[in-house]
Structure formats: C-alpha cells, structure tokens
Design a protein around this ligand. Sequence first.
Ligand SMILES: NC(=O)c1ccc[n+]([C@@H]2O[C@H](COP(=O)([O-])OP(=O)(O)OC[C@H]3O[C@@H](n4cnc5c(N)ncnc54)[C@H](OP(=O)(O)O)[C@@H]3O)[C@@H](O)[C@H]2O)c1
Length: 254
Amino acid sequence: MTLLSRFRLDGKVCVVTGASSGLGVAFARGLSEVGATVVITGRRETRLQAEAEALQRAGGNALAIAADVTSVADCSRVIEQTMDRYGAVDVLVNNAGLSGAAPATREEPDHFRHIVEVNLLGTYWMSQAAGRVMSRGGSIVNVSSVLALTTAGLPQAAYSASKAGLIGLTRDLAAQWSGRKGIRVNAIAPAFFPSEMLDLYEDSYMEDTIRRRVPLGRAGEPDECTAAVVFLASPASSYITGVVLPVDGGMLLT
Ligand SMILES: NC(=O)c1ccc[n+]([C@@H]2O[C@H](COP(=O)([O-])OP(=O)(O)OC[C@H]3O[C@@H](n4cnc5c(N)ncnc54)[C@H](OP(=O)(O)O)[C@@H]3O)[C@@H](O)[C@H]2O)c1
C-alpha cells in the first residue's frame, strides 16, 4: 500500500448522518471522491435525494435513506437497508447535530433534552446498530465540537454537554471495540465552518469570536474538515483510536 493509497476508501461503504446540509454534504462528497460508496441520511428526504443524485452524476455511488437519529428504529433501519443493498458498513460518520443557545435558568427541559437526544443519543443508537454488523477494519468518526472542550461566549449548556458526552462515548466505544472487534472509534472537534447551523449566529458574534479566539484568523473551509474525516475514516489512521482531533484553527490554544 503506498502512503497516498492509505487515504483511499475504494469499495468501502460509508454511512454519513446529517448529510442533507452543511458539513455532512461535504463529508459525503469527500468520501465519495476517495472511492467510497456513500449512504447519506437525515430527515429532509428531498434534499437527500438531490444530494445522492449529485453524487451519482459526479461518478460516485450513493444511496439516500431518510431517518431521524432520535429514533432507535430508524437508526437500525438505516444500517439494515445499507446491509441489504451493499452487504457491509465499513465507516460510520456520526455527523447529525443540532445547536441552540439558552440561558440556563430559562432553558426549557424539552430544549435541553432534544439537543442531547440528537447529538449524543442519536450517535449512540447509530453506533450500536453499526457496531453489530461492522467487520474488523471498520471506523467510526464522531463529530463533536470545540464547545465540548472550551466556551465561546454563548449560553450553550445542552450543546456543550452533548458534545462533551460524545468524547466520553468515543473513548468508551474505542476501548470496547478496538481490540475485540477491530473497529476504531475517533472524534473530531471542529470550530467554525459555514453551515445552516452557523447561520444562526450573528455576524458580529462570529467576527469577534474568530478575531479573538482563532489564531489562524478565519473560519474553516468545509474541505479542511472533510480531510480530517477522510483521515480518520481511512487506513491512513489505522493505528489511531480513541482520540479527539481538533479542527479548529488553533482555537483550543486560546
Ligand atoms: N458548522 C460548524 O462550525 C460546526 C462546528 C462544530 C461542530 N459542528 C457539528 O457538525 C455537525 C454538522 O453541523 P452543520 O454545521 O453542518 O449544521 P447543519 O447544516 O445544520 O447540519 C446538521 C445536519 O444534522 C441533521 N439532523 C439534525 N437533526 C437530526 C435528526 N433528529 N435526525 C437526523 N438528522 C438530523 C440535519 O438534517 P435534517 O434536518 O434533514 O434532519 C442536517 O443534515 C453537527 O454535529 C454540528 O454540531 C459544526
């Protein structure tokens, strides 16, 4: 295997959650570009279908499956349909996520609960379903956030707690599965990348936070985050498990 070929995923089947917009779309395109068959999920079926067609037009192999990660049944169905169609799940990218800011004394229980349900529980339901069928050499990449490890001026207890929970989940699944099942489990902790989620923030908040907190002085480009996902998904990282890789322009230094 040449060094560059370690980054390829030819013939591998990759499931990407939250691939109807934002980073998930970039991840699916990147994984397809390095040769993978990509199964994309999310709740917005029309957008998923359009993305799957775009991936096919670009010469890739893609399947869209509408699913809500808060439903254990939906998570099982995504993995079952992937197995029925392609006979394997080699990579799972747990990217589906939801943000939301609310002062702690005023946050409604359902608001907190829903964010944790999507970001943390959804990742666990998908990982359980995939972990049952993955063969040795499989890789799971969880999309956490720098907000698991630092604050950024907004009251985001639910989001921060859910993303910090993902780091514990990553560590534990890596400990359970790396040796016994040969499945590596890692996480990335992105800072700021253009997406519908980021559109919710005021421009002035983003400009100020990036100026003060991001040593590289700018938001990231989606491909810069995709490169980290491809690295952790592929044999390029075959001796790496249980880590959290910041993709943050140095934000965690500040
Ligand atoms: N952008 C950033 O700067 C940044 C930084 C750190 C971490 N992240 C993380 O990166 C991930 C992607 O976020 P993004 O920035 O690309 O935002 P985005 O464009 O809002 O994408 C979020 C994705 O999650 C899906 N999703 C939400 N709730 C879901 C549910 N219940 N079931 C299934 N899918 C669901 C959405 O699809 P549907 O609406 O179709 O279901 C959508 O595809 C998230 O986990 C986010 O926390 C992003």
